[in-house]
Design a protein around this ligand. Structure first.
Ligand SMILES: [Fe+2]
Ligand SMILES: [Fe+2]
Length: 408
């Protein structure tokens, strides 16, 4: 006779998934001799009213990262995909269809267990699975035991596992991140990195450069991180010299390449989510996307709403007509940061110390001729910027020579 597979569903918001969830899953795998444990993040959970439940996509991704090393644990997206409120009875019915010859267990928190009889279709749950839980403290163990005898009268099989208590909670983790604390002890390193890379649970009202460092390191390699630090330093120097806002220069400088190592399809997704319309050349030139996606990420995901900072990041590669002082500082700092060593960098640095416009013209002619040589399209923003600089310089030259003539 074919042996029945033993499968447990472990549902929750997993906002975020942490080490206590994994320990609990592993304990039940051992205790129940499970073949498979399905970790199922909820859609909008019926028992929570919190509005801070982040996109299902992020919670799913974090679960997937956290279980990578455990063969018997799988992450299922059925509740997130189904959307709306997630009812355990619906999920169990769906799982029965996917795994028809299996014995089912449902793992839930003690608070959920205590109120199970008030849930949507409790008898369906009782008839389809054994319900499992763990007490959070000794008092609760007694309450659970009392509830167990009540449930058994209704024909429900339950298992209460008295595990070592943990003081980790998702609420505590979210609070710690919000207060810029350290969560290394509570979550898998891959989950910690994901939280920083996606700027989850952060206090968006507070600018914190140490936090930005962590975010950048989670999103890019060492070389690009050093480049970002150098651009911030150089942007601050230029802003001081030319009278732009120094703090904004630091901010835009450190964050300007935040989306540079993001995969192209992700960059496009961020741009679309921010409802930014690309021009013809932009949509055909993936190299330009990181600046646009970066600006969108900084504004919409990190909550930094300053228009000038947005534009400085948005146009740091292409330039555009009528750039602000800050935009010019970031554009140039990207060419003259300390680690830059291309042919012509010395001239670019010398020009940056003479005039922002001359340095802009030099930088633009450099990138425009490089694109032309490679038969690549040139962004009309770059051409508009270049023309503006060149025409301004020509007009200034004319004025100077007229003045010279008049004084002779
Ligand atoms: Fe860039
Ligand atoms: Fe850059």
């Amino acid at each position: 006779m074919k042996q029945q597979k033993r499968i447990a569903m472990f549902g929750g918001t997993f906002n975020p998934i942490h080490n206590a969830h994994i320990n609990l899953a592993l304990a039940f795998i051992k205790k129940l001799k499970l073949d498979k444990l399905l970790l199922i993040p909820t859609g909008v959970p019926p028992h929570k009213t919190d509005l801070d439940i982040i996109y299902g996509e992020h919670r799913l991704n974090m679960c997937r990262l956290a279980v990578q090393d455990y063969k018997k644990i799988e992450v299922s997206d059925i509740e997130v995909k189904r959307g709306g409120k997630s009812y355990t009875a619906d999920t169990l019915r769906q799982l029965k269809e996917i795994y028809p010859d299996s014995e089912f267990f449902v793992i839930m928190g003690a608070d959920m267990y205590m109120t199970l009889d008030t849930w949507h279709e409790p008898d369906t749950i009782f008839s389809l699975a054994t319900v499992c839980t763990v007490p959070r403290n000794n008092d609760e163990l007694e309450q659970l035991n009392a509830k167990e005898s009540e449930y058994s009268k209704r024909g429900c099989k339950t298992i209460i596992l008295d595990l070592k208590k943990s003081d980790i909670s998702a609420t505590k983790i979210r609070k710690t991140v919000f207060n810029d604390g350290v969560i290394t002890k509570y979550v898998d390193p891959k989950v910690e990195k994901y939280i920083y890379a996606n700027y989850l649970y952060m206090n968006k009202a507070v600018i914190n450069y140490e936090r930005f460092d962590k975010v950048l390191k989670a999103r890019m390699g060492e070389k690009r991180y050093i480049h970002s630090v150098n651009v911030a330093t150089e942007a601050k120097r230029l802003a001081t010299k030319y009278g732009a806002d120094v703090e904004k220069a630091r901010l835009a400088g450190i964050l300007h390449d935040i989306a540079k190592e993001t995969p192209a399809d992700e960059q496009l997704k961020i741009i679309q989510r921010a409802y930014i319309k690309l021009n013809d050349v932009e949509s055909q030139s993936p190299k330009l996307w990181h600046a646009i996606a970066g600006a969108a990420f900084v504004r919409y995901f990190m909550g930094i709403e300053d228009e000038d900072v947005f534009n400085a990041i948005r146009y740091h590669t292409s330039g555009r007509a009528n750039m602000s002082l800050l935009e010019k500082c970031i554009f140039i700092a990207d060419f003259t940061g300390a680690e830059r060593d291309y042919d012509g960098v010395d001239e670019m640095r010398a020009l940056a110390n003479q005039s922002l416009e001359d340095a802009m013209t030099y930088g633009l002619s450099f990138s425009i001729s490089d694109l032309a040589k490679r038969r690549l399209a040139i962004d009309p923003n770059s051409l508009a910027c270049y023309n503006e600089m060149v025409l301004k310089a020509a007009a200034n030259n004319k004025k100077t020579s007229n003045n010279e003539k008049n004084t002779k």
